[in-house]
Ligand binder design. Structure first.
Ligand code: MGD
Ligand code: MGD
Ligand code: MO
Length: 758
């Protein structure tokens, strides 16, 4: 198995439409390569079907009505093939691969080795991982945790973790005495929650899948659905088929935003595909706050011109607060500055405002293009303002729709994976279990990075994920992780975080979404997840696990807790590990909306959690009303000789896992260390297309450097550049974060290039 050879890079033309026949072919091919025909057929047939498993690809919801035979997409199929592989990483494999030999391996190579087959340990002074029994592994965790203090133990969660596992995991951390529960959401949609909770009283989206179909206007802002949420394209197409309009806002002309070929219809196999966007606003990175302020201004102008036609006065007067101050702040606008901030001509913004003013049901969807910048929380609050003006909450086809990433990242938060838990949640938890949860807030992912740097972590437990690669400032982070006493990774596949291990390191292999979980006294178990639209439903794998030594995630967490806290602890960990219904009964008494959980999760389509803005047009903010807010104009501007760099996912990756080395829709093949730059900017900066450069990022006078990237001329917005995550993470200073949410500024780097000299 070869690792990535960056000199093999090929660049072709970006595609203008997403999905279609190639997508299906690619998906099948990847499955066959890794898992063989039987496992491929068996797993693909069960994705997102009732009684099957939830696709681990993304958090986009499944349809409630008739489900198509193939309720998945190319990238969902790739995610499944990645997990369903028959290749295994055995103790013999670890023995043949001393840790030093893994130092220069990429995550592509590491994950292609296969599924981890048995628990392994690397002890201080040793040079490789070796087999360890499950019992000894849990004892080792107990020794380390009990020799430390709770505030020096950190429990990270990646968003693939199911509800039941997440609940037991946070219960373990809180029983121990810490709220150190950082999660991938801290690096992802935290800004959305930070903006939505205080303004609309809930930190989640307020639309259902049917609303997308029914909308008159949908904005898709800072999101690349063709790659990251492909099934969303079907919903957008449905919306357009019913007469709705779509406006895409993005610095990159992403394939799926322009056209879509539905692989599930015959016409989707041929031709150019359906048009998705009625307007494509090619915005500068970081220009969205300016855009939505301008749209707000234009809506109010239109209302002045034709009173009673735009502002939903009844809604604004009875359900909101702060409209007067908002209207005053948006009464005037500096068009020169708005055009500079957005890179969009005034006429284009005015055209979009006309669509908005004419729409009686608007949804704004967004993803990471909005959440990973210093002013992210302000930007999302500005979107809320624009939605509130027209009363776009609690009516069909309207609302706010942060499109989540990991398939259960939203559910994990609902289950209490949060470093800043609410008092009501902790009180309910304490009452249910007779424990005394700590009230002091814990570390988020950025604070964890700082804690690693400051040698303030003794034990780091990672429930899924690849923290070393996912977070900022890779070099400092990896160095800090290496100085930690114990790192514990509950993982399906090897990754970089296993290589930059603590002084003692455990890798605990777990069943994945597709695997059968039937070694329980009460028989086969299932788990549950919550999608981006607050639908909770069951998920159950069918494949024979690749090794008899794998344990299910809830079992690993419960046994770890029992080992650390002792068998006589107030919580009956064993009962929860044996029968997940026991966990669900606890959840039903602790978390509002989960009443009668065990019965309702067994219903055909699961159930929808309460959502006051959507259900009853009510807003559980401190004041009991939705809040307009006023933010000053802010945008990103790079100094002379620099560009604003954002990081994106290629079409062939799942976060830090790579399925392959191509980014088909963007025309990039066989390479990942590339920087996409507008040809005119390349020329202005004095660089040539395909030139090999080192990249220097600048933040508060400090510089970071990452070497050997190819510049590629690409039609991105002027003044901006794009590189792949996680190759560019070494350039992100740990203090470059979004205010209030503390989410890393992964889409807000200031960079310059220097010719690479060997
Ligand atoms: N196949 C696949 N699916 C995935 C994932 C994956 O890695 N692979 N990851 C999952 C996860 S965890 C997540 S969070 C989601 C991520 O889903 P996305 O948010 O779609 O992911 P990114 O690749 O980060 O793309 C960000 C998009 O925002 C645009 N953008 C960047 N800066 C700005 C800006 O300032 N303004 C605007 N308007 N746009 C901007 C970029 O050009 C890009 O199109 O996908 C999930 N689904
Ligand atoms: N520069 C930059 N950095 C980013 C981002 C960005 O846009 N730009 N995006 C951020 C975002 S949105 C996110 S969500 C984070 C992602 O951060 P993480 O969630 O930490 O990273 P992943 O790459 O999703 O985790 C992959 C690993 O999870 C393990 N795994 C897979 N399936 C399972 C399972 O079923 N169970 C268990 N226990 N383990 C499993 C495998 O071992 C695999 O190696 O990265 C963030 N980092
Ligand atoms: Mo994410």
């Amino acid at each position: 198995m070869k690792d990535i050879d960056e000199d093999a890079l090929r660049v072709g033309h970006p595609e203008t439409s997403a999905a279609g026949l190639t997508a299906v072919a690619v998906a099948l091919q990847r499955g066959l390569e890794q898992a063989g025909p039987v496992r491929t057929a068996r797993s693909l047939a069960r994705i997102n079907q009732r009684g099957g498993f939830d696709c681990p690809g993304c958090a986009w919801p499944e349809s409630n009505g008739h489900r198509k035979a193939a309720e998945f997409c190319e990238n969902g199929a790739k995610a499944v093939a990645e997990e369903a592989t028959v290749h295994t990483v055995t103790p013999e494999w670890w023995d043949a691969h001393p840790i030093e030999s893994l130092e220069d391996k990429t995550d592509y190579w590491l994950s292609k080795q296969g599924r981890i087959a048995e628990p392994v340990v690397l002890r201080p002074g040793d040079d490789r991982y070796r087999r360890i029994s499950w019992g000894d592994a849990f004892e080792l965790v107990a020794e380390h945790v009990n020799a430390s203090s709770p505030e020096r133990c950190v429990f990270y969660t990646s968003g693939r973790t199911a509800n039941e596992t997440a609940f037991v995991y946070q219960l373990f951390a809180r029983s121990l005495g810490t709220n150190n529960l950082p999660d991938c959401s801290n690096m992802c949609h935290e800004s959305s929650g930070s903006a939505l909770s205080p303004t609309i009283g809930i930190g989640k989206g307020t639309v259902s899948l049917e609303d997308i179909h029914d909308a008159q206007l949908v904005f898709v802002v800072g999101q690349n659905p063709g790659t990251n949420h492909p099934r969303m394209l079907s919903a957008l197409k449905e919306c357009r088929d019913r007469g709705g309009k779509v406006v895409a806002v993005n610095p990159l002309p992403e394939a799926g935003l322009l056209h879509f070929k539905d692989p599930q219809t015959v016409s989707g196999y041929v031709g150019q595909g359906a048009t998705i966007s009625d307007e494509f606003l090619q915005i500068k990175v970081g220009g969205d706050l300016a855009l939505f302020q301008a749209l707000g201004h234009l809506l109010l102008e239109e209302e002045r011109r034709a009173p009673g036609t735009v502002v939903d006065r009844a809604f604004v007067d009875t359900q909101t607060e702060g409209f007067e101050a908002y209207a005053e702040a948006r009464a005037s606008i500096d068009w020169d500055e708005t055009e500079r901030a957005t890179g969009i001509a005034r006429a284009e913004i005015e055209r979009t405002a006309e669509l908005l003013a004419a729409s009686k049901a608007t949804i704004v969807c967004w993803a990471l293009g909005l959440t990973q910048q210093p002013h992210s929380v302000d930007t999302i609050r500005e979107i809320v303002n624009v939605l509130l003006v027209q009363g776009n909450f609690g009516k069909p086809g309207a609302g706010a729709c942060p499109v989540r990433g990991h398939s259960n990242v939203q559910g994990d938060r609902t289950m209490g994976i949060w470093e800043k838990p609410k008092e009501e949640f902790l009180a309910a938890l304490d009452a249910e279990f007779g424990i005394a949860s700590p009230r002091e807030h814990g570390l988020d992912s950025t604070e964890t990075l700082h804690a690693f740097e400051g040698d303030a972590v003794d034990v780091f437990v990672s429930l899924g994920g690849n923290f070393a690669q996912a977070n900022s400032d890779t070099e400092a982070l990896e160095a800090g992780m290496r100085r930690t006493g114990l790192t514990v990774h509950i993982s399906t596949k090897p990754n970089r975080s296993h290589v930059v291990h603590g002084r003692t390191s455990l890798i605990l292999p777990t069943l994945g979404r597709t695997d059968r979980d039937d070694k329980h006294p009460s028989g086969r178990q299932f788990l549950s997840v919550e999608d981006s639209m607050s639908m909770v439903h069951s998920t159950q794998g069918r494949l024979e696990p690749v090794s008899e030594h794998l344990l299910a995630e809830p079992v690993i967490v419960a046994r770890m807790a029992a080992a650390v806290l002792g068998e006589d602890h107030a919580v009956d960990w064993r009962a929860m590990a044996e029968d997940y219904d026991v966990i669900r009964d606890h959840i039903s008494r602790v978390i509002p909306g989960f009443e009668d959980f065990n019965r309702r999760v067994r219903q055909r389509n699961g159930f929808q959690l309460p959502n006051p803005p959507r259900d009853t047009r009510t807003f559980a903010t401190d004041a009991g009303r939705a809040q307009f807010t006023v933010s000053p104009l802010e945008y990103l501007e790079a100094p002379e000789g620099h560009l604003v760099l954002q990081t994106v996912r290629s079409h062939d990756q799942y976060n830090t896992t790579f399925y392959g080395q191509d980014d088909r829709y963007r025309g990039i093949s066989d390479g990942r260390r590339v920087i996409l730059v507008h040809p005119a900017d390349l020329e202005a900066l004095g660089f040539a297309d395909r030139e090999l450069v080192d990249v220097v990022s600048v933040f508060r006078g400090e510089e970071r450097r990452a070497n050997r990237f190819r510049l590629v001329g690409y039609p991105t917005a002027r003044g901006c550049a794009a590189a792949y995550f996680p190759e560019a993470n070494a350039l992100v200073h740990r203090d470059l974060v979004a205010r209030e949410s503390n989410t890393p500024g992964f889409k807000a780097l200031t960079v310059r290039f220097v010719p690479h000299a060997d």
